[in-house]
Design a protein around this ligand. Structure first.
Ligand code: F6P
Length: 453
């Protein structure tokens, strides 16, 4: 008898500051429709009843039905007919926090353009260097953002607002929002930033304030739960793909040539796996989610030697978070956000490989490439630019409708509202049994790399 899989019922309701009672200025905009006879009920307005199923498979739908449960679904993101905030009274703040990521400026630009042109919001403030910018002792002043000040920023990588890591006092942050009369806060950042945003929303609720907090998930690592794609990821993969191509070229240029590439990805191997798939040149892909051994029969060094004897060259792609089990004796060091800093698996592997071939008395040409920050400091590519533009628009619509403690995610090809608490509950990881990883294994022909297997 086949075992029934459990159904996954989640609370994906979105908090609001109160009932939206004001007609959206978008109702009267030029977007009104092509035919003046046509009703204003144009497709791009959504109401909270528009929902996107969390699990879109028919099989799962049937299981919900069988067990009498309502399938979990996300509220669809987009413009509402009624909004909560009077645009003339809005003071919106935007901050970017955590590591850099392609597309930060595109999101800032999209937020400013949507708030200003679609809603007529005049007061849009840039908060410098992440959460630090709200804490008086850092002395970072707020900057007024206007369509003309952001007009060209999407041409550049990085963030015009600057960023920082590290936690600040939640009480002080909310004090600052009160003092500066901000009623909307956009937090563009990864896991740590979103945790901060959630805590701020909690403190705002405690104080019974009417301030909306909207997160926009950012990370090249693509490791945020409940978000199928985070902006910047595609650009980083495209950059990483170029690096793998170089490693492949170098490996072919000399006898027993090995191109070893280390790619960012602190806890998840999405960049390494996806870039390796894109190129198809990698023979070994090592990610944090999949265990591997270096020494012993069946492990990396032996398999690498076999590959080199058979084909003369090889490419290894390693995610920075892979193989951390080899450093258990070393002291744990954390960054300002509390993330454990990974030990340098790339250099470690390079040394191990060199030593192994030296012992064998076999000449080796190893080229180790660590593109490091190069893959994330680039401007967004066109696909990410389009994506960022949507994210900024949807975030502005959500905030103006008085929604709070949410982030804008993409799920089943739709933009949705995700409660921040759900997204930060755990990190998204490459599923070793899932499609992405099995496709990598198919493409590389990589064996298990566990010694003795
Ligand atoms: O999370 C994005 C990321 O680029 C990781 O891949 C990397 O480990 C980390 O940030 C590095 O961040 P920083 O050196 O800026 O603190």
């Amino acid at each position: 008898m086949t075992k029934k899989r459990a159904i996954d019922v989640q609370n994906l309701e979105i908090e609001t500051l109160g009932p939206p009672k004001i007609d959206s200025p978008l109702l009267g905009s030029s977007l009104k429709g092509r035919d003046s006879e046509e009703s204003i009920d144009w497709d791009a307005f959504f109401d909270d009843g528009h929902r996107i199923l969390m699990d879109a498979s028919l099989d799962s739908f049937e299981r919900y039905k069988e067990q009498g449960a309502v399938p979990s679904s996300f509220e669809q993101a987009g413009a509402r007919r009624k909004i909560y905030f009077d645009p003339s009274k809005v003071r919106a703040g935007i901050l970017t926090a955590g590591g850099l990521c392609p597309g930060l400026n595109d999101v800032i630009r999209s937020l400013v353009m949507t708030l200003f042109y679609r809603y007529g919001v005049q007061n849009i403030l840039g908060i410098r260097y992440g959460y630090q910018g709200l804490i008086p002792s850092f002395g970072h002043s707020l900057v007024q953002l206007t369509p003309s000040s952001v007009a060209e920023i999407h041409q550049f990588g990085g963030t015009i607002l600057g960023s920082s890591r590290g936690n600040q006092s939640i009480e002080e942050l909310v004090d600052s929002l009160e003092r500066t009369n901000m009623n909307i806060l956009f937090c563009i950042g990864g896991d740590g930033t979103l945790r901060g945003a959630h805590a701020i929303a909690g403190e705002i609720k405690q104080r019974n304030l009417k301030i909306s907090v909207v997160g926009i998930p950012k990370t090249i690592d693509n490791d945020i739960s409940m978000v199928s794609r985070s902006f910047g990821f595609e650009t980083a993969v495209a950059k990483a793909t170029e690096v793998i191509r170089s490693a492949h070229t170098e490996s072919q240029g000399a006898p027993f040539g090995v191109g070893l590439v280390k790619l960012m990805g602190r806890d998840s191997g999405f960049i390494a796996a996806t870039a390796a798939l894109a190129r198809g040149d990698a023979n070994f892909v090592l990610i944090p989610e999949v265990n591997f051994d270096i020494d012993g029969p069946g492990a990396l060094l032996v398999k690498l030697y076999e590959r080199l004897k058979a084909r003369g060259h090889a490419v290894i792609v390693v995610a920075e978070g892979a193989g951390q089990k080899f450093f258990l004796d070393e002291q744990v060091v954390k960054d300002a956000s509390g993330n454990t800093l990974n030990k340098d698996i790339g250099q470690f592997l390079a040394d191990k490989i060199k030593q192994y071939f030296q012992k064998l008395g076999q000449d080796l040409n190893l080229k180790y490439i660590d593109p490091s920050y190069i893959i994330r400091s680039a401007p967004a590519n066109s696909s990410d630019q389009v994506f960022c533009s949507f994210l900024g628009q949807k975030a502005a619509h959500a905030a103006m409708a008085g929604k709070t403690d949410l982030l804008i995610g993409q799920w089943n090809d739709h933009f949705v509202h995700v409660p921040i608490a759900m997204a930060i509950a755990k990190r998204k990881k490459v599923d070793p049994m899932g499609e992405l990883w099995s496709s990598v294994l198919e493409r590389t022909g990589q064996p298990s790399l566990i010694a003795g297997k």
